[in-house]
Design a protein. Structure first.
Length: 585
């Protein structure tokens, strides 16, 4: 063989070898691509299956893709980070009629038999609804929340169609505490009534769910307020109660309570609505917020506000000036005091003894325009300023009042507002004269809203003296907690009814501030239709039922809020004590 032939053969072998290698590499790449495509198809099928199950076509009906992949609903905490609302793993009871196969019978046993066995596990089961679902083969929830021990008993029934899918449960660790502030979450996962509704977009936002929403509430203060209100309400057989603790400088609400309360972990229909007949009897749903949504004539608690307006306008300058305390006859009506207070009274005496007649005369001197403007500046003509959706409309006459109306409004009649209106007004009266909106959001130090000026600083200073005198020498004695320098005013107003006021139905309120030498907090305690009992010395007025609630509450919450009892300091009232017989002794 010639050298040329040998060279040609070698070259041909090399070409064949390179060709074989390229072919093998191509086959390997094709195989990898096929495997990759196969995995991609499997992943797509799995994803579609998850979506299908989430929509309701599979056995885990209530589970959705969003629930599986995104964080749970955001947490709500108090100002100190204590959990008020959070999500926990839970199980639901779901009926899947196709569990035994499409076209097959849904259940092994009869619907009646299954309902009977479920009823033994869940005594409050909605029997008729569940029986209809089982009999008709309609998929859906039979029960939203099932405890682990209940789940085991459901498994023992032996029905494949009774499924127990894993979900997340909105839970309120503090039980009924702060229920009217928090609200609840309905069966569709939406917030209702309280801050659950207000913060719904934020709490359900997947980007923000990991961040807790901090409220202004202090759950320790909330617990103390509800406890003292409940004890006070039960001791005098009142039909309801309301209370609030408010920071006078920021408008932050440290506690807000409406009784009777409801359980956000187990909201029932009667919590939300009552029959028309019951409503006419004065009954209101448990979920109804008496602090922000119910308006009342709050009576004599308005008298200090009227005096503050008169001092600010200059119609009250001389605190020793005596006013006629006899009945005021006007437009066919006569304004009287509940009992004889003497022929005449000065301003400190008028507030200490809570005189309607003298307040009416002060209101008349001040005039409708100035009194009305003050109350408008305090927000009394509008819904209360608060984030909650339930906010009551004040009963506010927009047309001209006239003299009689002006006199009545001066001592808290003929105008109906919420207890929250009153709390914000008292805060402005004692904090130097600045009104700020109330809020349930925690405010960082130095970030309080600017607010608007309603009273002069000098007027605010005088009112602190006068409110302290009421607690020392007047109707507020039962609220005076030793060392806490409490000041405030009682209010006992008859409730309006068909044909006039109901003399035996009162709203009793005490509006308080402490400590009066350096005001920090407003406290409102209100009782709806208290009865005269042994606990109140058979009296129905605020001095005997609402004021004692404050007297017991303040020592409980003072140390929590950084206010400790101090018997060595107080408001200087020396210049006013000489005007009140017996006070200077």
């Amino acid at each position: 063989m010639s050298s040329l032939a040998v060279s040609t053969a070698i070259s041909s072998g090399r070409v064949r070898l390179v060709s074989d290698r390229q072919e093998a590499l191509l086959v390997a790449r094709i195989r990898v691509l096929v495997v990759a495509v196969g995995f991609a198809l499997l992943a797509l099928i799995a994803l579609l299956r998850i979506v299908f199950l989430g929509i309701g076509g599979g056995t885990t009906g209530p589970t959705t893709l969003e629930e599986a992949l995104l964080p749970p609903r955001g947490e709500i905490t108090d100002r100190n980070g204590i959990a008020l609302a959070r999500n926990y793993p839970a199980r639901a009871l779901w009926f899947n009629p196709d569990a035994l196969g499409e076209g097959e019978e849904s259940l092994v046993k009869s619907p009646d038999k299954v309902v009977a066995e479920l009823l033994a596990i869940f005594p409050d089961l909605e029997q008729d609804r569940v029986r209809k679902m089982l009999a008709s083969g309609t998929a859906g929830y039979l029960r939203r929340r099932v405890l682990p021990e209940e789940a085991n008993r459901v498994f023992d029934i032996g029905e494949v169609a009774l499924e127990l899918p894993q979900e997340t449960d909105r839970h309120y660790p503090q039980g009924m505490l702060g229920a009217h502030v928090l609200g609840y979450v309905d069966s569709d996962g939406g917030g209702k009534v309280g801050m659950e509704q207000v913060l719904d977009d934020r709490l359900s936002n997947p980007v923000l769910r990991g961040e807790a929403s901090s409220l202004s509430l202090d759950i320790r203060v909330q617990g103390a307020l509800e406890d003292e209100l409940r004890k006070g309400m039960l001791s005098v057989n009142a039909m309801g109660a309301a209370g609030i603790v408010l920071d006078v400088d920021t408008g932050e609400i440290l506690a807000l309570a409406s009784l009777p309360e409801f359980d956000p972990n187990a909201v029932k229909g009667e919590d939300l609505i009552v029959s028309d007949a019951a409503y006419k009897r004065g009954e209101i749903p448990r979920a109804f917020n008496r602090v922000t949504n119910q308006v009342y004539e709050l009576g004599s608690t308005f008298k200090p506000l009227t005096v503050a307006a008169a001092i600010d306008a200059g119609t009250v300058r001389d605190f020793g000036k005596r006013y006629d305390a006899s009945g005021v006859a006007i437009d066919g009506f006569t304004i009287r005091d509940s009992h004889d207070l003497g022929a005449s009274l000065n301003i400190p005496q008028m507030l200490i003894h809570s005189s309607n007649t003298v307040t009416a005369r002060v209101s008349d001197e001040l005039g409708e325009a100035k009194l009305r403007q003050t109350f408008e500046d305090l927000g009394m003509h509008e819904r209360p300023y608060i984030e909650l959706p339930a906010r009551g409309h004040p009963l506010w006459q927009t047309s001209k009042w006239g003299r009689l109306k002006t006199m009545n409004v001066g001592f808290g009649h003929g105008i109906a507002v919420t207890p929250l209106h009153l709390a914000s007004a008292y805060a402005a009266m004692v904090n130097g004269g600045i009104w700020r909106p109330a809020t349930l959001h925690r405010i960082e130090p130095g970030m309080a809203p600017k607010g608007r000026r309603v009273f002069k600083e000098s007027t605010s200073s005088r009112m602190r003296q006068l409110l302290r005198m009421i607690a020392l020498y007047g109707t507020g004695k039962n609220a005076d907690a030793a060392g806490y320098r409490v000041g405030g005013k009682t209010g006992s107003a008859e409730k309006p009814g068909v044909g006039g006021y109901r003399r035996k139905s009162l709203v009793s309120t005490f509006a308080a501030v402490f400590p009066m030498d350096n005001p920090r907090f407003v406290v409102i305690a209100m009782l709806d239709e208290p009865k005269g009992t042994t606990a109140s010395s058979f009296q129905r007025t605020a001095a005997w039922n609402a004021a004692p609630i404050v007297g017991k509450l303040v020592p409980r919450i003072g140390p929590i809020l950084g206010v400790r009892p101090d018997m060595t300091r107080d408001v200087d009232i020396s210049d006013l004590k000489r005007l009140v017989p017996g006070a200077a002794e």
